[in-house]
Design a protein around this ligand. Structure first.
Ligand code: ATP
Ligand code: MG
Length: 398
């Protein structure tokens, strides 16, 4: 096994070649490492900027053997990379996060059970494996959200249901032609806000975190993240951070982890569950942490590199309040179906804007094409500029 810390020049690997891998690759390269990406797509955003792109399926024996011989450490950026690929690579090099933690994050049932073990409140829920269990769902879980336990993202693989008939129809809809799909029904909670904590935990157990982020979703996809001091009451913020670190510690987690939370409105649910409910974890850098490239002294991507390479983790400091806007393919398709490049010059004329485009060739509705971070001396100014940028781009105000 390679001795940590890894020296500059070493090759760090990532399973998955999306935008997270691309920004991770940039961070690794700025610390003097070389990067290798395993992704079947010839035009993957990370493959385009890495020293090596192994273009095979994630479980392809030759692809994994090549990764094993090239890399001195490996991570994943794509949640649904088979944990088995990490198991195989772990025999050759340090892997962060490890396969057992990734397995938990890939399955909402294992994930919820872990949160419960950690004593962090979760939405009332029930697993549904078949029609018999569907019939036994208690009434008080409705209205609810039915989610597949595996392979969901950006609101895909879930349906909002208000009645038993809708629940039955949605369960049938989520089934696959050739195999049964396990689902989980969650009670729909009245949300006051959503927030997330991105943390990094070293192989030695040392844990640091980005400042708490507040997130606005539209159609199940993150639309806007805001980060500034005292966004939430200090006690709530401390509870979120403490819960996130606890969730990571009890997974014996190594690497960057995002923990998503719901903040509940006043009412019976909040009285029963408390102000903060954990939603899910992502075993990787997260969209809500992208701002850190421009707003913090240490980005979530550099944190991932430091974890992998066994370098020290210091507590990131937010030097500028910020607003991050996700740039979805819809912005390219505002005038009919022929893609049209948004007017970036007009956006970049606004002070404090940092544009990140992921090099994706085709714009599709809902596809994450890039993000814009707006920093300023105060959150009011950042918000005002972000609203101006949103107006130019055709993003609805929030
Ligand atoms: P991601 O892109 O974060 O992986 P996802 O597809 O895994 O998303 P969730 O995070 O489970 O899905 O849900 C997406 C959004 O739907 C949440 O951010 C929240 O706005 C809403 N939502 C999910 N579950 C609930 C719930 N139990 N009560 C109220 N709103 C919910
Ligand atoms: Mg989510």
């Amino acid at each position: 096994m390679n001795a940590l810390p890894l020296k500059p020049g070493a090759i760090l690997g990532v399973l998955g070649g999306g935008q997270l891998g691309r920004m991770w690759s940039h961070a690794a390269q700025s610390l003097g490492y070389r990067t290798a990406v395993l992704d079947p797509d010839a035009t993957s955003p990370a493959g385009l900027v890495s020293h090596a792109h192994i273009q095979t399926a994630y479980l392809d024996p030759q692809g994994l053997a090549q990764m094993a011989s090239l890399c001195q450490a490996v991570t994943t950026e794509f949640e649904n990379v088979p944990a088995e690929a990490l198991v195989q690579l772990q025999a050759h090099m340090p892997v962060a996060p490890g396969p057992s933690a990734v397995r938990v994050a890939q399955d909402r049932a294992l994930e919820k059970a872990h949160f419960v073990r950690c004593g962090v409140p979760v939405a009332p829920h029930q697993m549904i494996h078949n029609a018999a269990e569907l019939a036994q769902v208690p009434d008080d879980l409705l209205p609810g959200i039915l989610k597949t336990t595996r392979l969901g993202y950006d609101g895909k693989g879930q349906a909002r249901v208000s009645t038993r008939d809708e629940l039955t129809a949605a369960f049938a809809q989520l089934q696959n032609a050739d195999h049964a799909v396990v689902c989980i029904l969650e009670k729909r909670l009245p949300l006051a806000a959503e927030c997330s904590v991105v943390l990094a935990r070293g192989h030695n157990g040392h844990c640091v975190h980005l400042p708490l982020q507040t997130n606005l979703h539209r159609d199940g996809i993150l639309a806007v993240t805001e980060v500034f001091a005292a966004a939430l009451p200090a006690a709530t913020e401390a509870l979120a951070i403490q819960s996130a670190c606890n969730i990571a510690r009890r997974l014996d987690y190594a690497g960057v982890l995002c923990v998503e939370f719901f903040l509940l409105q006043e009412g019976p649910e909040r009285q029963a569950l408390g102000p903060l409910v954990v939603n899910e974890i992502a075993p990787r850098p997260h969209n809500s942490g992208h701002h850190s490239i421009d707003s913090c002294d240490l980005s979530q991507f550099e944190l991932q590199v430091r974890c992998m390479a066994g370098l020290p983790l210091t507590m990131p400091r937010l030097h500028s309040p910020c607003v991050m806007l996700n740039l979805l393919g819809d912005l390219w398709l505002r005038r009919g179906d022929k893609p049209l490049e948004p007017d970036w010059a007009q956006v970049l004329a606004l002070p404090g804007t940092n544009l990140h485009l992921y090099g994706k060739i085709y714009a599709r509705r809902g596809r994450k094409m890039g993000h814009l971070t707006v920093t300023a001396a105060g959150i009011a100014q950042a918000r005002q500029t972000a609203l101006q940028a949103a107006d130019v781009l055709g993003i609805a105000p929030w």
